[in-house]
Design a protein around this ligand. Sequence first.
Ligand code: AMP
Ligand code: MG
Length: 462
Amino acid sequence: MNSPLSYTTLPETLWAPANVHKFPALEWVIGSFDGTELPPREWIRLIADTENSSSIAQAYGGHQFGHWNILGDGRALLFQEIHAKNGDLFDIGLKGSGRTPLSRGGDGRAQLGYMLKEFLISEWFHAMRIPTTRSLGVLTTGETVQRERPEPGAVLIRKARSHIRVGTFQFAAAKGGASLVKELLQFTGVRHLRNKDVSALDLLRKTVESQAKLIAVWMSIGFIHGVMNTDNMTISGETIDFGPCAFQDEFHFDQVYSQIDQNGRYAYENQPHIALWNLYRLAEALLPLIDGDQDHARQKAKEALDQFNTIYDSEWLRLFQSKLGISPAHSDTDDCTLAKDFLSEMESNSADFTNSFLALEDLVLGQGPGPKVSTAWTTRWLARTSKKPDTLTRLQSSNPRIIPRTHFIKQAIDAVLAGDRKMLTDFHAAITHPMVELTQDGAGFKNPPLPHEKVPYTTCGT
Ligand code: AMP
Ligand code: MG
C-alpha cells in the first residue's frame, strides 16, 4: 500500500476513495524515454495491486461547452504523489483504470487508440518544453472496450504538477462555499507557489498569466485543443486532456476538428477568448475570498483578468517574431501585422501551418519554393530580415520539423491494432526530437502532409 496522498488532507467533499479495477491481463505497450521513471514491470506490479487503498477519485465540476455540470474522475484516479529532485510534488494519475464513485453512467474504461494519441501528443509537448501533463506509459488491460468500434482497453499513466482544475475551484464554491474554496486555495498555494497564505487574487493573477502564456504557445504551434471546458483547464498552467485535439494542417482561423464542437466554440481563433471566459469562472469561484465587499472584489478580479490580453498579446508577438526568424528584442507593431498577414495569406492559399514556417528557410538559403504566400509579403519579410546573420538559426530553433499530425497518429494506431508496433515506436522516436535535422527514423514523418481531412480521428472518448 502506498502512503496517504496529501490531497486527502482536504475535506472528503473534494475526493472519494477509488481503487484500480482488477484487469484480466496488463501488458506494457509503450513508455516515455525518461530514465528516471519506474521500469514497466514495476508499473505493472503497482497497477495490478488493486488493493492499493490510497488511490482516490478527485471531484470537480465544469462548464462543458458553456453548460455547468458536476463531474469528477470517472475513468481516472489519483494514484500516487511523488517528489521531484527539487522537492516539488507531482501527481501520478491513471486514466482508463475503471469505475470510481464519481463515474456517473460511464464504464470507467478507455480505448487503446485514444490513450496512444494522448501519449504521442503529450510526448511531443514535453519534447518542445511546452507546459503539459506527461504520459509515462500506456498499458493494455486484456479487456475489449466498445465505442464506435471495439478496441483493446487501455490504461494511461499520467504525471502532472497537479490535477487541480478551474472546475475544482468551481466545484468547491458550489458544494462548500467560501470556506471550502479557502481550504483548496491554501492547498494549491502550498503545492504550486510554496505559500500557504497565497491570496485568492494572487492565485487568479498567476493562473491568468500561466494560461495566457500557454494559449499563446498553442496558437504558435497551430494546436487546437478541442474541449476547452473549465474542467480541462489546470491551475498549474499545464496542458491537460488530449481528447479531440489536432494540429492544423491546411490553415484556417475557424478550424475545428472535434465532431462534437458543432458551433465552433473551441475553434483555433476562439481559444484565447475561451481561455479568458474560463478564467472568469475561476474568478467567480474566488470572489468571496478576494474582498469582503463584493463590488471591490469584482473590480479587483476584473483588473487581474484584464491582464490576460496584455500578457497573451506580448507572448503571441514574441513567439511569432521568433517563428519568422526575427529577434523578439523589442515589441514592434509592424512585426505583429507581418505575422498576422502571414497567417491570412496561408489561409487564402490553403497552405500548411507548420510547413509554411519551415519554408521560410528556402528564402534565406536561396533555394526551394518558399512559403505559399504573395511576392508582396515575401518582399516585406526579406526587408525585415535581410542582412541579419541570425535569421536562419532563429528559424531553425523556433519551428518544429516534426509534429504529431493526425494522419500519422491514426496510421500508427491502426498498425498497433493490427498487431504491428514498429510505426508507433518509430513515430515516438521522431517526436522526441522535433527540432533537429531529420534522423532516419524521423524522415518519413515530415513531408508532405496528407490532404486536409474533414473528419479525422477525433471524436470524444466517452
Ligand atoms: P473528459 O472528456 O475526459 O474530459 O471527461 C469529462 C468527464 O466525463 C470527466 O468527469 C470524466 O471522468 C468523465 N468520463 C469520461 N469518460 C468516462 C468513462 N468512460 N467512464 C466514466 N466517466 C467518464
Ligand atoms: Mg477532462
